[in-house]
Design a protein around this ligand. Structure first.
Ligand code: SF4
Length: 349
């Protein structure tokens, strides 16, 4: 079995075992992360013996690319990776004309949180991803964009899984991708999205005051939230909002609140007022996400909220001084909502 080239400790260990000085790692690092070399034999700054050693022991891809689909407008590319154990995970590149190219990464295979509207939640948790597997997704996207003459600017941990349930690997991967000698994504351009794991928010506040935080809120009260997000039974809104206030006090950073709009479930206009009252005066930005219907599970029946109601929600929030955006569904044609492709693959299996 070959190790991932992104497993820095292992690379250094094998170099040392074979009598190469540690400064050699810096040459590999420069070739891989700055020049996007993806063939060890092309690293001309290191001796042939070392290139062969890397070939024998390391790989750029522990995953296989099972499917890669780009939307018709060319803005979105979704990758479905297959792990060596035939598990499927997803990552999505979203290209923006302004150069704000963003990658959405997964941090677990499946997810145990069982949000009722989520394709990944239907899979349950299969396992946590290793740090190098998270980095591999980022590297793959950075290299692909580099070939297009572009660069990866933002990384959002919003793919499959709950990041705070894989905290140590999340932490190491953020430190890695933001490192100047690695992929050098600016800390503030990394966003971690949680469904509301309060102890995770508390740790994150201490560890990553520069990094952005997004909350899958999806309802402004425990009754509705608890009916679609079981996490609310463990950490109800009062506890969640307290931890978020502490985050803002410590970091002075705006929090992104995600609100998926599901027809007849969480889109009663009274909830817009409740949401306004909940977030009034806070450093908050709400993203309304039209529900992306997906096939083949018992969530059949959920439909997206009509656009005019989403706009009414937005208008209502304005009265409370809360800023919001309605997301584009630019990826409908490629099943790019979290877990859709992986879910289909698991069904096939
Ligand atoms: S929405 Fe996020 S936390 Fe909820 S089940 Fe899906 S992946 Fe897990």
């Amino acid at each position: 079995m070959k190790y991932s080239i992104h497993n820095e400790d292992k690379v250094k260990e094998i170099l040392k075992e074979n009598g190469f000085p540690t400064f050699r790692y810096a040459q590999i690092e420069n070739a891989v992360y700055k020049n996007f070399v993806t063939d060890f034999q092309e690293i001309q700054t290191i001796p042939k013996k070392m290139r062969d050693l890397l070939d024998e022991n390391f790989t750029f891809n522990t995953f296989e690319v099972d499917t890669e689909k780009t939307s018709e407008n060319g803005q979105t590319t979704k990758m479905l990776f297959k792990t060596s154990k035939w598990e499927f995970i997803e990552a999505v590149i979203m290209r923006h004309k302004t150069g704000r190219n963003t990658l959405c990464v997964s941090c677990q295979v499946g997810c145990p949180m069982a949000c009722t509207f989520c394709a990944t939640g239907k899979l349950g948790l299969l396992r946590n991803l290793e740090t190098s597997e998270i980095i591999e997704q980022v590297y793959y996207a950075a290299e692909l964009l580099n070939k297009e003459g572009q660069f990866l600017r933002n990384v959002v941990y919003m793919g499959m899984g709950e990041p705070f349930l894989n905290y140590e690997n999340l932490k190491t991967s953020i430190n890695f991708i933001t490192h100047q000698k690695k992929i050098a994504i600016a800390n503030r351009r990394v966003t971690v999205s949680t469904c509301g794991i309060v102890p995770g928010i508390e740790k994150f506040t201490k560890d990553f005051p520069q990094t952005s935080l997004a909350i899958s809120l999806h309802a402004p009260n425990d009754e509705v939230r608890g009916s679609i997000m079981p996490v609310d039974h463990t950490w109800p809104l009062a506890k969640l909002m307290k931890s978020l206030d502490d985050y803002v006090d410590a970091t002075n950073k705006r929090i992104f609140y995600e609100y998926i709009m599901i027809n007849g479930v969480n889109d009663n206009i009274k909830l817009a007022d409740e949401l306004g009252r909940l977030l009034k005066g806070k450093l908050a930005h709400v993203n309304f996400i039209p529900y992306n219907a997906w096939e083949g599970t018992d969530s059949d029946g959920y439909q997206t909220t009509p656009r005019f109601i989403i706009e009414k929600f937005q208008k209502t929030l304005e009265k409370y001084g809360v800023v919001s955006t309605i997301r584009h569904t630019m990826w409908d044609d490629i099943d790019a909502a979290c877990g859709q492709l992986a879910n289909k693959k698991e069904d096939d299996k």
